[in-house]
Design a protein around this ligand. Structure first.
Ligand SMILES: [Zn+2]
Length: 544
């Protein structure tokens, strides 16, 4: 046998193996954008376990970035996976909401559309002028394939309500009474008078200047512009007003509305009276009124730009907030609040699962002050406005929007004369009441400090029981007494243990399960019955 024959026989399998390994290496590096269904916390966990990252949550499916080599594990976990894109490629990706069956004109390459759900499409875009091929009405959200949703974005998080005292009568009524429909009308007119507010136009920047001046006129407000670049070569600005909190300024309640507009002739005429001068006017009016009051927490009022291009302004703001570790406890987004239609005067309050508590709290806080119906909608597929940018960063957020379909929306005919200022007045009042409640008016007593919880377990033949001894420091001001609350998980659902406020600065909790950990907070109640925020939480079995 000649040496070269033998070596070729030996080499052949090695070469094949090397080729297979090389091919695997290439495939393994390959990133895929997958549509994974169904969408549930279990599936989210399975995606994470298989090495995937959730890029977008929808009601019935997830968009997931994963390596090609992760696919067998995902499919092995019983998930339906369909490759819908290539994160390493040169395309841009958008979600589009459109009720149309054929939302895209023509069939040329450069714009691929795939239906993900009823009314929800994935656009794979290689032509920067793709918007001219979309059939109105459409609502766009640019997808950030490099990002991953934090776990908090996809799971219920009732604990975010921990920072808030129980809802009660307080100083909100006079704030709500100050909302003026004449001012809302004048501000919608001013914004409409810019002719167009399509982001990237000089007119939109002039509208931004107008909003910045309005914020700067208010005492007690820190106003600034927040510039950003989008789609490589366009620029615009969010306009921001900050009312610093008095007690705990690190906790932030944020209200926002986009001030940019679009239409079927967007560079020339996009009055955007309902969409969304109405929400922007509400933000201006809320800022004016809230600046005259004091709150425990910081209130940020945000006028967003480039929403119509694909939520660029809010994505810029929310990604930056998350990167800086901002503690935004709640976001209230207003988008189209002045066209109730003829049948029902109803404002939808839209949240994802993580924001369910916020939608409930908003409705409870707002309902006493409005003559319109407030309808809770929990649906993570409703991603077409700025609340969705905050969902993506794990912040609880909701959108207040008229329930009816405005036939003038995204048209040159979306003008003030079509609007119902009475409905906008009620929507603004409701949002103001909710934001004031969330930010916690300062006139309330301060919470007690120095809470300690020491526990002792007593054993007997048949029964072991735990006793927890609580004490705390006196709260500042004139305090009539204290309430004690207990939960069985951290920041869980607190149950009040005291019927009437107790005068003592100590409390003993008897007959508890020895193996269960208990979590306590206390509040202070003043002579007028107003209750403070919760104190710091303590756990019973820790040294404190
Ligand atoms: Zn809008």
């Amino acid at each position: 046998m000649k040496p070269w024959k033998m070596s070729r026989r030996c080499l052949a399998p090695i070469l094949i193996l090397a080729l297979v390994l090389a091919a695997q290496a290439v495939v393994g590096e390959n990133l895929l954008l997958l549509k994974v269904s169904p969408a549930s916390p279990r599936v989210v966990d399975a995606v994470a376990a298989a090495g995937g990252r959730v890029v977008q949550e929808l009601n019935t499916c997830l968009l997931v970035r994963a390596k090609a080599t992760d696919l067998p594990r995902l499919r092995g976990a019983g998930l339906a996976c369909e490759a819908v894109g290539d994160p390493d490629g040169d395309a841009s990706y958008f979600l589009m909401h459109s009720p149309l069956r054929a939302p895209v004109r023509g069939t040329e390459s450069g714009l691929v559309h795939l239906r993900l759900e009823e009314d929800v499409w994935l656009l794979v875009v290689r032509d920067p002028d793709f918007r001219s091929r979309l059939v109105q009405p459409f609502r766009l959200k640019a997808l950030w394939l490099d990002a991953a949703l934090p776990a908090a974005a996809r799971q219920p998080a009732p604990s975010r309500e921990r920072a808030l005292r129980p809802l009660q009568d307080n100083d909100i009524a006079p704030l709500v009474a100050a909302v003026s429909s004449d001012r809302l009308r004048a501000d919608i007119q001013s914004l409409q008078d810019f002719k167009t507010r399509f982001a990237s136009t000089a007119e939109c920047e002039a509208a931004g200047d107008f909003l910045l001046r309005r914020f700067q006129e208010l005492a007690g407000v820190q106003a600034y512009a927040d510039p950003f670049v989008f789609e490589s070569h366009y620029a615009s600005r969010n306009i921001v007003a900050v009312i610093p909190g008095q007690t705990d300024p690190g906790q932030v309640v944020l209200a926002c509305a986009h001030y940019d507009s679009t239409s079927n002739n967007r560079y020339v005429a996009a009055p955007g009276a309902d969409d969304n001068a109405s929400g922007t006017a509400a933000i201006l009016e809320m800022t004016r009124i809230l600046a005259g009051a004091k709150f425990d927490f910081t209130i940020t009022l945000l006028c967003v730009s480039a929403e119509e291009w694909g939520l660029y302004g809010s994505a810029h703001y929310a990604r930056q907030a998350r990167a800086q570790g901002a503690d935004i406890i709640a976001v209230v987004n207003l988008d189209m609040i002045a066209f109730p239609g003829t049948l029902k005067r109803e404002l939808d309050v839209i949240g994802n699962y993580n924001s369910t508590w916020l939608a409930d709290r908003f409705i409870t806080a707002a309902a006493p002050y409005v003559g319109i119906r407030l309808d809770k909608v929990i649906n993570s597929s409703l991603t077409w406005s700025d609340h969705s940018s905050f969902w993506d960063q794990g912040y609880p957020a909701l959108c207040g929007i008229e329930d009816s379909i405005n036939p003038y929306y995204h048209r040159t005919t979306d003008t003030l004369d079509k609007l119902d200022l009475g409905f906008a007045l009620d929507a603004t009042r409701g949002a103001l009441a909710a934001v004031a409640d969330l930010a916690q008016p300062l006139s309330m007593p301060a919470p007690p400090s120095g809470l300690r919880a020491r526990s002792q377990v007593s054993f007997s033949l048949f029964l072991s029981r735990k006793t927890v001894y609580l004490d705390w420091h006196a709260a500042a001001g004139t305090i009539a007494g204290y309430h004690v609350y207990r939960a069985t998980e951290p920041h869980g659902a607190y149950a009040r243990l005291t019927g009437q406020p107790i005068a003592a600065r100590a409390f003993t909790d008897f007959f508890l399960l020895p193996d269960q950990a208990y979590y306590y907070v206390v509040t202070a109640v003043d002579s007028e019955g107003r209750e403070s925020n919760y104190s710091q939480e303590v756990r019973d079995d820790q040294d404190n």
